[in-house]
Design a protein around this ligand. Structure first.
Ligand code: URA
Length: 424
């Protein structure tokens, strides 16, 4: 095949054959076609979309660009969760040890955050000593350890390398927000990771990739079909991301809140979503246990401590705190009618919790702590939120953005369900 012809054909709305897709992904992985050509093809896909057959083949070709892991020998059923990303989305932290406490093994190979939505690895790296880089033998050993059973670590470079390269290219050429490209990107990594079942948390709202419910449904359906067609049982929950999850956005701040959930407390929405996803994961592997009991009896907390220690972390070490904080106070009495997820995500990122370019370090202590959330009543002079950072010069901009994202009103907002829909 000739790449220029393939770009033109996709540009003009034609469907590519399976053999053509295999060739494109292989040629891109091995630098036979240039980044400019692949970026043009990705943009053509952005405009024209891909059929179900094309998306499935694109996904399979990205899986075949690297290694496919297999944990079927560890003696436990494996199940993972993937979230499309949201502000304050720390759910993996309590969820992985909780599901392990119920008897499944959770192999979660993750990425780092880029942009406003924080990465799970960045959050865990706030814990002194914890390391994200494990080899496959270590992952298998920790997964099969009856006292641990959960691993959250960095995906190695040989897992779907075509996606790694393509995602970096899409990120700098404006073609991230395409349903077939997002779905194939996520599912190629999750299928290559070797999990036995998968539950997706597809976020919808101002703080998510997709803001419309129709789009979220299509993304969820596309990923569920891709998983099912590849022999990976996959279900999805569509959940709201208009306002942050919980009361913290930022790395160490989110670890602290996750530990509160594991201790049987924590914000209601974080507990609700953790339990909903845990139930979905346990159903996927046929385990009949109530995860709420494992939060109550302390066994999820025991797994958390073992999971952190297995990766070099000290679960008893004090978490890092930022050098500077500043608090924003309510100017009037009322109810928090809006607390925009994107505004909070951007502020946390500005304060140093996220990165602008790949490879930059993040601040462990930076972020936003919410003292009042959507639907709560406040009085004039009461603290609304506190920003945390090691770079105080960024505080004025962060506070300006946050002020614009909060609306205090006389009337309470309509309650919005967190879990909108289940797609199977
Ligand atoms: N996350 C991914 O892994 N890939 C995408 O394309 C978008 C989000």
């Amino acid at each position: 095949p000739d790449i220029v012809t393939l770009i033109r054909r996709k540009r003009d709305g034609e469907e590519l054959s399976g053999a053509e897709i295999d060739w494109v992904i292989r040629a891109f992985t091995h630098d036979v076609i240039s980044d400019a050509q692949m970026a043009a093809l990705a943009m053509a896909v952005w405009f024209r979309g891909m059929s179900r057959a094309e998306t499935a083949r694109w996904t399979a070709a990205m899986i075949d660009s690297g290694r496919r892991l297999d944990f079927s020998g560890i003696g436990l059923r494996t199940v993972d969760k993937h979230s499309t990303g949201g502000v304050g989305d720390k759910i993996t932290l309590p969820l992985a040890p909780l599901v392990a406490a119920c008897g499944a093994a959770v192999p979660q190979l993750s990425g780092r955050g880029l942009g406003y939505t924080g990465g799970t690895l960045d959050k865990l790296e706030a814990i002194p000593g914890w390391r994200a880089d494990l080899d496959t033998a270590e992952v298998a050993r920790i997964l099969s350890d009856p006292a641990v059973g959960a691993v959250v670590c960095a995906a190695s470079a040989d897992l779907a390398p075509a996606d790694r390269k393509l995602y970096a290219l899409r990120d700098v050429t404006g073609s991230v927000e395409s349903i077939p490209l997002i779905a194939s990107s996520i599912m190629s990594k999750k299928i290559a990771e070797g999990t036995g079942a998968l539950v997706l948390d597809v976020k919808v709202g101002s703080g998510a990739f997709v803001t419309e419910l129709g789009e979220a449904r299509e993304l969820a359906r596309t990923m569920v079909e891709l998983g099912t067609d590849e022999g990976l049982p996959t279900t999805a929950l569509i959940t709201r991301m208009d306002t942050p999850l919980g009361r913290t956005a930022g790395n160490a701040l989110e670890v602290r809140e996750s530990i509160e959930v594991l201790a049987g407390g924590g914000p209601d929405d974080v507990v609700e979503l953790t339990l909903a996803l845990a139930r979905e994961m346990l159903a996927a592997v046929g385990i009949d246990d109530d995860p709420a009991d494992r939060l109550r009896d302390g066994s999820a907390m025991d797994r958390w401590r073992a999971m952190i220690a297995a990766q070099g972390g000290d679960p008893d070490a004090p978490l890092p705190v930022a050098t500077h904080t500043e608090t924003l106070y309510a100017e009037e009495d009322g109810v928090v009618a809006e607390l925009d997820a994107l505004a909070v995500g951007k502020a946390a990122w500005r304060l140093g919790a996220g990165r602008e370019r790949q490879g930059q370090p993040v601040q462990a202590g930076a972020g936003v702590e919410l003292h009042a959330v959507r639907g709560e009543r406040v009085r004039a002079g009461q603290p609304l939120l506190t920003v945390h950072t090691d770079t105080p010069g960024r505080i004025p901009d962060a506070l300006a953005g946050l002020r614009a994202g909060i609306r205090i009103s006389d009337t309470a907002p309509e309650p919005r369900p967190l879990v909108v829909e289940r797609i199977a």
